[in-house]
Design a binder for this molecule. Structure first.
Ligand code: ZN
Length: 342
């Protein structure tokens, strides 16, 4: 006898249409300036088998999957298999697969209901559960990204989007102006250009307080803090580019705070080792910033200003002046050697 003849078909309460499925998935996402679509979805009816029988006068029930493997009680509960209702038209299935599944379930039942003896299966139910697999597509402007999902139609949950920039799981998406779809909290706006950028490419200007793209920033030579390049001003003495916060009447706080220094000072010693000709000058004064040493010295009539990179000891600026006047005359780089020899 064909076992199919004795089998009753059931299905649990479960979403079985696209609108029902999308109603489960879509509301989880917030897509700034865009939306979520279903980019593909496959439904599959998977078979579970319930056998009811008797053992020593006691009613027994056994659930198996389509390979005769027993089901965990939690799965039976999650999928609502116990409350499944009969269906008049079962989903299309391959008869060979179906018979094999029923036979395997019966073999399993033989060991459970009446070990070593005759089985007394009284009822066989085929319960069909929908399994879905598909892709959600998020589009913002011309940018898009897919997110696969899969699960039982009854229990499938909207999967979180993993931000490719931060690795954070999120349900709130936004796009940068160059078309990267990211976790919304990883997208920021440059307050200078208005462009939407990855937040980690934005830096706050220590002078204006504006958050702006890294490439618009430079560092104040004095504080080492980021300042919008367009805001940096050269100090009229050392020519270092500094935050307006450091300037008073065009002179930076380092140049206003030069301190007398002796040749024994390790910083002076380093400098004299690099530029021995400086030894001819007297009355050294020094200040340092994050990046440079600023030095002044005097001769009999002339005065000298030297700005040197702290790390490389490279000359960044050289100027001369008259001891009786306050202003400085910058020296062309080509003339540095000549001036140092004087
Ligand atoms: Zn200065």
């Amino acid at each position: 006898m064909d076992v199919g003849d004795r089998v009753v078909h059931y299905a649990p309460e479960q979403p079985s249409s696209l609108p029902e499925l999308t109603a489960r998935l879509f509301p989880a996402y917030q897509v700034d300036g865009g939306r979520v679509y279903l980019a593909g979805c496959q439904w599959e009816d998977r078979l579970f088998v319930r056998l009811r029988g008797q053992q020593n006068g006691r009613a027994e029930e056994l659930w198996t999957d389509d390979h005769g493997q027993p089901l965990l009680p939690e799965l039976v509960q999650q999928l609502g298999l116990g409350e499944a209702r009969p269906v008049t038209v079962p989903p299309p299935y391959a008869p060979g697969m179906f018979q094999r599944a029923i036979e395997q379930a019966r073999e399993r039942a033989a060991g459970v209901f009446a070990p070593g003896g005759e089985t007394s299966v009284e009822e066989i139910a085929a319960v069909w559960c929908k399994f879905v697999e598909g892709k959600l597509r998020f589009t913002i402007g011309s940018a898009w990204v897919d997110l696969p999902f899969s699960g039982w139609a009854r229990t499938v949950e909207p999967p979180p989007f993993i931000c490719p920039r931060t690795g954070r799981a999120t349900f709130h998406l936004a796009a940068t102006d160059d078309g990267q779809i990211l976790d919304a909290s990883a997208v920021g706006v440059c307050e200078v250009t208005g462009r939407r950028l990855p937040a980690d490419e934005l830096v706050r200007c220590s002078w204006t307080g504006k958050q702006a793209a890294k490439e618009l920033m430079d560092f104040c030579s004095l504080s080492g803090k980021p300042v919008l390049r367009s805001e940096l001003r050269p100090c009229s003495v050392c020519q270092e580019k500094v935050s307006p916060a450091a300037l008073q009447e065009g002179v930076c706080s380092a140049c206003r705070g030069l301190q007398t220094v002796s040749k024994a000072d390790p910083r002076m010693a380093r400098l004299l080792a690099e530029y021995p000709l400086l030894d001819r000058w007297r009355r050294w004064q020094l200040a340092e910033t994050e990046t440079v040493y600023i030095l002044t010295a005097s001769g009999l009539w002339k005065k000298l200003l030297v700005v040197v990179d702290k790390e490389t000891l490279e000359l960044r600026h050289l100027a001369t002046g008259n001891r009786l006047q306050s202003h400085w005359q910058p020296v062309e780089p080509g003339q540095y050697a000549f001036v140092l020899r004087e």
